[in-house]
Ligand binder design. Structure first.
Ligand SMILES: Cc1ncc(C[n+]2csc(CCOP(=O)(O)OP(=O)(O)O)c2C)c(N)n1
Ligand SMILES: [Mg+2]
Length: 533
């Protein structure tokens, strides 16, 4: 007899799943029965939140869903934060949790790991959630999950399976066959958008994370229209450093807003106009651009944040192709390059004025990128990363991501780095994390060794919650609760068997990263913020 747990492994493998991030327990043993002999590699975390972040980093880099296994109750509640981050950033996660036996969950019977309403806890951070009550319900749930990942805004999907159902007979169950139907924008709307772009004299493109899988199409359209491309933090690298139309600067910055305000037509691709990209630090709301055309795979998102004159409900790649095939008028040889260059330099100037240290951080990030051109740079919510979100450009799309926008969870970077490295084993990973944020998930350092990662963990050590300290001082609050003492990171590195270097200059950083690039190992590079110059 094949049990449902074994079926699930086969079903996941049939959908191309090759890595699962999990922590086993007596409650999900049946998920592991079929695992060892199949093609799926299991990575054990040290805490379920770490599993979720690993799966998130893995999904961003591989373009495939990150799959997690947790136990009932605490396993699920521990991963909910990571699901929240993935929900906020539109990352496909499939979280599969066990549940108490049918009739033994949520009744207050005091069963091991019992939660009042486990599905309700997960569903707040999931696009879809399923409670499986008999084996026959699992294939359609998996079909919906994988169809959703491939056809709509990707976000976490949650499936819980009670212990007795996991052990039930699944010998006759068919493998899931998801039917993927992507939304197609109406031809008349595509024509209406093209007509506006055809006559545009000063077009600008705003690109968000939703455009990451449409690199060639976006570049082609930008060049065809001679349109500067403003990239949000998640879109950096869509146009690489040196591309004359690239504006890898935050739309919060006044010169970037001025570029957009001076445009006659703005095309926004896969961006939600969320405040953490468009307005939070520099406060005032982003002005609603005149003649806005939006492309989004999420129909609801099309009218949230900024209202378009034309909304194209579709996947970025296909929709940009449709626009390219439409009549866009004669080739431009306008002033797009000059407009982009002016916005870039004025925006960098604005960053320097706003904060010289943020400007310095962009230089440090440039140095990292230029020393390790293929690196995946995965960040936490720390000062070094904030500067990057304002004005750093990645060499490749998807090579710069962090938890400083959206849900904004500390502790993300380290486990997400591990997942990123598993998805791209031939690329070095640079984890950018503060001394405070690292301590949220420091136990996951162990996993870097387990998977023989090629990761440099760069710790920006300012002895506490630096940004919060600064924020308290700025509003006249005597700093409290922010001078949290970090451990001796050299000792921590030694405990896990990794080398550690203290870095106090750009030259030392370059040398250390050069060594790291040659030796495929884990290194901990600690930058004492007040000594670094
Ligand atoms: C889970 C979580 N708790 C609290 C916060 C609030 N918070 C944002 S940044 C920050 C400081 C983090 O310190 P560190 O990682 O050392 O970065 P620094 O600001 O010092 O560069 C805090 C506490 C958060 N974003 N996430
Ligand atoms: Mg700090």
């Amino acid at each position: 007899m094949k049990k449902l747990g074994e079926y699930l492994i086969e079903a996941l493998a049939s959908q191309g799943v090759r890595h699962v991030f999990g922590i086993p327990g007596v409650h999900n043993l049946e998920l592991y029965r079929g695992l060892a002999k199949g093609p799926i590699r299991h990575i054990s975390g040290r805490h379920e939140q770490g599993l979720g972040f690993m799966a998130d980093g893995y999904a961003r880099v591989s373009g495939r869903p990150g799959v997690c296994f947790t136990i009932t109750g605490p396993g699920l509640t521990n991963i909910v934060t990571a699901m929240g981050q993935a929900y906020g950033d539109s990352i496909p996660l499939l979280v599969i949790s066990s549940q108490n036996r049918l009739g033994e969950n949520g009744g207050g019977g005091g069963f091991l790991h019992e939660l009042q309403n486990q599905r309700a806890v997960a569903s707040g951070v999931a696009a879809l959630s399923f409670s499986i009550e008999s084996p026959a319900e699992l294939p359609p749930a998996l079909e919906q999950a994988f169809a959703k990942f491939a056809s709509s805004r990707p976000r976490p999907v949650y499936i819980e399976i009670p212990l007795d159902v996991l052990a039930a007979d699944a010998s006759e169950l068919p493998l899931p066959k998801p039917v993927v139907i992507t939304p197609q924008p109406e031809a008349s709307l595509v024509e209406s958008a093209a007509a506006r772009l055809r006559t545009a004299q000063r077009p600008v493109i705003l690109a968000g994370g939703g455009a990451l899988r449409a690199v060639a199409e976006l570049r082609a359209l930008a060049e065809r229209l001679d349109a500067p491309v403003v990239m949000t933090a998640n879109a950096r690298g869509l146009l690489p450093p040196g591309h004359p139309l690239a504006v890898p600067m935050s739309p919060m910055l006044a010169p970037v807003r001025a570029l957009v305000a001076a445009a006659d037509v703005v095309l926004a691709v896969g961006t939600e106009f969320g405040p953490t990209d468009y307005s939070i630090n520099l406060k005032a709301d982003f002005p609603n651009p005149p003649q806005l055309i939006r492309i989004d795979i999420d129909a609801q998102q099309l009218t949230r944040g900024a209202t378009p004159v034309v909304g194209l409900h579709g996947e970025a790649k296909q929709t940009l192709d449709l626009l390219m095939a439409a009549d866009l008028g004669p080739n431009r040889a306008g002033d797009g390059t000059a407009r982009a260059a002016a916005a870039r330099s004025a925006a960098l100037e604005a960053v320097s004025k706003f904060s010289p240290s943020l400007r310095q951080h962009i230089d440090v990030l440039d140095l990292i990128r230029d020393t390790l051109p293929d690196a995946l740079m995965v960040g936490d919510s720390t000062q070094l990363v904030y500067g990057g979100n304002l004005g750093f450009n990645a060499r490749h799309p998807g090579s710069w991501f962090n938890s400083a926008t959206g849900y904004g969870t500390l502790g993300y970077a380290l486990p997400a780095s591990t997942g990123a490295g598993l998805a791209a084993p031939d690329r070095p990973v640079v984890c950018l994390v503060g001394d405070g944020g690292l301590q949220f998930s420091m136990s996951e350092l162990a996993v870097l060794g387990d998977v023989k990662a090629w990761t440099a963990v760069i710790i920006w050590n300012n002895q506490g919650y630096g940004e919060i300290r600064t924020s308290m001082i700025a509003v006249g609050i005597e700093p409290e609760g922010v001078d949290v003492r970090p451990p001796d990171f050299a000792d921590i590195a030694r405990a896990y068997g990794y080398s550690h270097r203290t870095i106090t200059s750009r030259e030392a950083l370059e040398t250390a990263l050069g060594d790291f690039g040659r030796r495929r190992q884990v290194v901990i590079l600690e930058i004492p913020a007040d000594e670094f110059a």
